[in-house]
Design a protein around this ligand. Structure first.
Ligand SMILES: *[C@@H]1O[C@H](CO)[C@@H](O)[C@H](O)[C@H]1NC(C)=O
Ligand SMILES: *[C@@H]1O[C@H](CO)[C@@H](O)[C@H](O)[C@H]1NC(C)=O
Ligand SMILES: *[C@@H]1O[C@H](CO)[C@@H](O)[C@H](O)[C@H]1NC(C)=O
Length: 655
């Protein structure tokens, strides 16, 4: 299993030249069929195996209205922040939410003059766990936003060092209350395996019928339970899980963090006065003071759906922005209001890039290479898709897994991964597609599928307490259902479609992208029958004059957050600047660019934006492994961070 990918442990002198090929598969977790209904999620690596001395559980922390951090995992601090489920409830009663918060402490104490504040992060989804993101990518993100030199070597007083704070949004992972659509994990896993076997939208002539019925079966019951309060007069969780209350939670985190910082400052001032004599200026207290009444501002880096959350925050609290990076920008007019272009308009262009790189790489590096140029490679892939549509491939059992049937749906999942993350996905697609096309061999794909599954049986506790009891729930396996719960209450227009109007929207989606249209429609289908009305919605489109201008970053070609969305959003936020990275993939985590990184760092350090119209090159090209990074420069630290942020994974055993 992969480790937490501590940079100190993984640094090696030769990684710059070789790291990208073997850093193969972090996306194992994405394989289970239901995982394809992740929406706007930046590439998320596999779960880390966390080696802590005393295993930490969130249940041992008491939820409090202030941040009471306790050490957790390795070198992190955790707290559960108590907030109202309904911020508009005036009587002060009602249900509460305990937000799981994890802090990666800054490289300097919060009382140090070089402490720059806490950068909140969100990985996307909706439904992604910010706690998980902080655990696997927090150190890498911190290296990017921090000053280039370590605090010990830093010579300028203006260098800044930041905390990274991840949190689980409402209904997600460690934040409570959680919810489940299933009485226990066994029922959940059965359902998911059946859904996988049924096949994705587009996988057969009757795929719409099958998926429609399946989705309704899941959603009608789950939505009903989420919109039913546990008792009369109480709030229903499902009505308070959409994005605006989460943005309000972020403001609460900002305030409570400032309050916590002030307390640290008071303690440190006392200590310092005792040690060095009374400081008449009380400078530590001064600089750590909680600026009540609106003086505290947000620092934020959101990817993918995280840009929806960021833009929502910026619309609701425009005077509370200190720094905001939106990375892989979603067009919120489309997301919330169904206005504008489809998300996937650039997806097929990324497939075209695949054929370009494959053609350039040649048969040694691209197993799907076909003489005759790019068109021949594209045709080879399409032929495989068509063949699999008609006939799945049988794969006998091996010593490590049972028999499998490899299907069209499986191939489309690999295709999707490759469009999201070309750096690791293109070689994977080329290998798996070539195995099938040239040798009729689906064993590597079967292994890949198999690795994405986790066995789940009810625990002994669950068997004792019975279905639907807390012991039978596994909030960490709830991501996909949390995703629907958030998406379908943000995008209410997706709830009410009937089968016919859905079929029309699906056809239009496929016209926009032959490669990703089925997948993206299956996400929208995921809201059929999800009838829940949110209590707090935005009054209009996202936008506003923010107290500090936003930095928007997108790839030239992104499969689900196209460049034109970034430009649209920039017009909604006066003063913001779009930085374009000339790479393919979803969010800057998909391909390293020291240039992009240096602009993001500069923005966090000084607040300055890149000049409008700036384009950054990517540093590596998929399937061609040589990077052009000067390994002697201080950029080395950033490079290490990049390889972690994007791809903190393990090797694929079969590479
Ligand atoms: C798939 O089946 C259809 C209908 O039987 C046939 O027309 C088509 O040629 C087949 N495609 C492939 C690639 O075998
Ligand atoms: C939920 O958080 C835990 C840490 O408490 C992490 O290990 C786990 O991977 C997270 N689950 C998901 C689905 O992100
Ligand atoms: C921003 O401020 C300008 C000037 O006051 C105003 O014209 C514009 O409508 C504002 N834009 C938004 C999105 O609020």
């Amino acid at each position: 299993m992969g480790s937490l990918n501590d940079p100190e442990r993984t640094r090696s002198s030769d990684r710059r030249s070789t790291s990208w090929r073997p850093v193969a598969l972090v996306l194992i977790v994405l394989v289970a069929w239901w995982h394809i209904s992740r929406v706007y999620t930046s590439p998320i690596p596999e779960r880390p195996s966390l080696e802590t001395e005393t295993p930490f559980t969130w249940a041992e922390l008491t939820a409090a209205p202030t941040l009471e951090y306790k050490p957790c995992f390795n070198g992190y601090q955790c707290a559960r922040l108590d907030v109202p489920m309904d911020y508009h409830r005036a009587d002060g009663l009602g249900r509460r939410v305990a937000i799981a918060i994890i802090r990666l402490p800054a490289e300097v104490p919060v009382t140090d003059p070089r402490y720059g504040g806490a950068v909140l992060i969100n990985p996307g989804g909706p439904g992604g766990s910010g706690v998980f993101q902080a655990l696997v990518a927090g150190r890498g993100l911190q290296k990017i936003v921090d000053a280039e030199l370590d605090p010990g070597h830093s010579t300028t007083e203006t260098d800044r060092y930041f905390d990274i704070i991840g949190f689980d949004p409402r209904g997600v992972n460690n934040t409570t209350p959680g919810f489940s659509c299933f009485p226990n994990t066994f029922a959940q896993r059965n359902w998911e395996l059946q859904a996988e076997a049924d096949g994705m939208l587009g996988s057969s002539r009757d795929s719409l019928k099958r998926n429609w019925q399946r989705t309704r079966a899941l959603n009608v019951g789950c939505a009903r339970s989420l919109s039913t309060p546990p008792e009369a007069g109480a709030e229903a969780l499902g009505e308070h899980m959409n994005t605006p209350p989460v943005a309000r939670d972020m403001l609460e985190i900002v305030e409570r963090h400032a309050q916590w910082r002030e307390r640290q400052g008071q303690v440190e001032q006392q200590r310092s006065d005792q040690r060095n004599g009374h400081d008449p200026a009380q400078s530590i207290i001064q600089r750590t003071r909680w600026r009540r009444g609106g003086g505290e501002k947000l620092l934020y880096w959101g990817r993918s759906y995280g840009t929806v959350l960021g833009a929502t925050f910026a619309s609701m609290f425009p005077d509370r922005i200190s720094r905001m990076v939106l990375d892989g920008v979603v067009n919120t007019d489309k997301y919330y209001l169904d206005e504008g272009h489809n998300a996937i308009v650039d997806a097929d262009a990324i497939f075209d890039q695949f054929t370009l790189y494959c053609d350039r790489a040649g048969p040694d590096k691209c197993p799907l290479y076909t003489p005759g140029g790019r068109d021949a490679i594209a045709a080879a892939y399409r032929r495989l898709e068509a063949e699999l549509y008609n006939a799945s491939v049988a794969v006998p059992a091996s010593s490590t897994r049972g028999p499998e049937v490899v299907t069209w749906t499986d191939l489309k999942i690999v295709l999707r991964i490759s469009l999201y993350q070309p750096m690791i996905g293109f070689p994977l697609l080329a290998q798996l597609a070539s195995d099938l096309l040239h040798r009729g061999d689906g064993s590597a794909l079967a292994d890949f599928k198999h690795r994405g599954r986790t066995p789940t049986c009810p625990t002994t506790e669950c068997l004792r307490t019975g279905p639907w009891s807390a012991e039978c729930q596994a909030p960490e396996q709830n991501e996909l259902y949390a995703s629907s719960a958030i998406l379908c209450t943000d995008a209410i227009y997706m709830q009410g479609r009937d089968e016919l109007s859905f079929a029309k929207a699906w056809a239009a989606m496929k016209r926009d992208s032959a490669m990703l249209g089925d997948y993206w429609s299956s996400i929208e289908l995921g809201c059929a029958g999800w009838e829940v009305t949110p209590r707090w919605t935005l009054p209009g489109p996202c936008g506003g004059n923010t107290s500090h201008p936003l930095l928007l970053v997108s790839m030239r070609l992104d499969p689900v957050t196209p460049m034109r969305s970034a430009r649209k959003m920039s017009s909604n936020f006066p003063g913001s600047v779009v930085l374009e990275q000339d790479s393919e993939g979803h969010t800057t985590a998909a391909a390293p660019s020291l240039c992009t990184t240096s602009f993001i760092r500069h923005y966090f350090q000084t607040g300055e934006l890149p000049p409008p119209g700036t384009t950054c090159a990517g540093d590596l090209e998929p399937m061609l492994e040589s990077g052009h990074v000067d390994t002697r420069s201080p950029a080395e630290k950033t490079w290490d961070a990049l390889t972690e942020v994007g791809l903190p994974g393990r090797r694929l055993p079969w590479h």
